[in-house]
Design a binder for this molecule. Structure first.
Ligand SMILES: NC(=O)c1ccc[n+]([C@@H]2O[C@H](COP(=O)([O-])OP(=O)(O)OC[C@H]3O[C@@H](n4cnc5c(N)ncnc54)[C@H](OP(=O)(O)O)[C@@H]3O)[C@@H](O)[C@H]2O)c1
Length: 291
């Protein structure tokens, strides 16, 4: 399976107009394994980077209400066929009540100038939210076809357990948990839990916001393959069946992040597994929650 994914990515890189391979989510919709992260991209830089990425073959874009760039993304995708794209957005923690989730989704749709989101996530858990009510709003959006899949972000195993109890009753598939994941933060226990519960993980900050380029082990392995430390990190994540959403602005970075057709040896994979330093770069406000 992994070799197939690797080969498909290689093909995609040779013929940059080809779509990256997809995974199936637990509601039978498909999600491209590689997406473009857009946090901290704004204004014309955002429009240019998104357009460039689409020209290169990216079809999956990751945004959020709080990134304040949905309008730019809406503008950038205008000339592309909507049904070929996969767009993820996220509702802000302050909007987590029944009516505000519904309103926030409408506002994101309007800014993106689209009829639906492929994936809509709770961006961060919020200890004050009434989770059953919030999930009912997502269920309504899902039933109305305004969101094609539902997911969460920055959820711990305990958050997921609580959510699953409710979503199972609502018959609302919990398809994705988007979390920080890179060789310096190998969240194995969370990954095992998600695999057991058929929840796909999207790895955010898959390049550790640039820190992977300073890592000696990744650099040594990169030299063996004539690749960069970033490509080693991305390949390692794909090999664990994670979706990756590296943020990149330049054409060279965008291209490199698609050029992942190589194989890590078992030994190299083990070496990378052992890098883990529990180094979390983005701190969800876990302390606020009773978990
Ligand atoms: N759900 C959440 O709470 C959450 C939190 C954080 C992030 N995210 C999502 O995940 C996405 C990615 O994470 P991130 O933006 O934190 O960091 P990242 O993707 O780990 O790293 C981005 C940094 O790496 C650089 N870079 C990209 N490709 C490169 C390459 N091939 N060679 C050298 N440098 C390269 C980028 O520079 P250039 O821009 O100059 O190319 C940028 O400085 C975000 O954009 C966002 O969509 C979600």
């Amino acid at each position: 399976m992994q070799e197939l994914v690797g080969n498909q990515i290689g093909l995609q890189n040779e013929r940059l107009k080809m779509q990256p391979p997809n995974i199936f989510l637990n509601n039978n919709t498909q999600m491209p394994l590689i997406g473009l992260g857009t946090w901290q991209m704004k204004h014309q830089t955002c429009i240019d980077a998104v357009k460039k990425s689409l020209d290169l073959g990216y079809i999956h874009l990751d945004t959020a209400e709080v990134y304040m760039n949905e309008s730019e993304i809406g503008q950038a995708i205008k000339d592309f066929s909507r049904e070929k794209l996969f767009i993820t957005s996220k509702v802000a923690p302050d909007d987590l009540d029944y009516y505000r989730v519904l309103a926030a989704c409408e506002e994101s749709l309007a800014r993106l100038e689209t009829e639906y989101l492929d994936l809509y996530l709770i961006h961060w858990p919020n200890s004050k939210m009434n989770l059953p009510e919030v999930l009912k709003a997502f269920k309504k959006l899902y039933d109305e076809g305004k969101i094609k899949a539902f997911g969460v972000s920055n959820f711990t195993i305990n958050h997921l357990k609580e959510t699953l109890e409710i979503t199972n009753q609502l018959n609302l598939p919990l398809s994705v948990n988007q979390v920080e994941f890179h060789p310096r933060l190998y969240q194995k226990e969370l990954l095992d839990f998600c695999n057991q519960n058929n929840i796909s993980i999207t790895a955010y900050s898959p390049l550790a916001m640039g820190l992977v380029f300073e890592d000696k082990i990744l650099t040594k392995i990169a030299n063996n393959h004539n690749k960069t430390a970033g490509q080693i990190s991305l390949r390692w994540l794909l090999d664990k069946n994670l979706v990756i959403i590296p943020k990149a602005s330049s054409e060279q970075h965008l291209k490199e992040n698609l050029d992942l057709n190589f194989k890590l040896s078992e030994e190299e994979t083990k070496e990378i597994d052992n890098i883990d330093e529990s180094q979390r770069l983005i701190n969800p406000r876990f302390a606020e929650f009773d978990y």
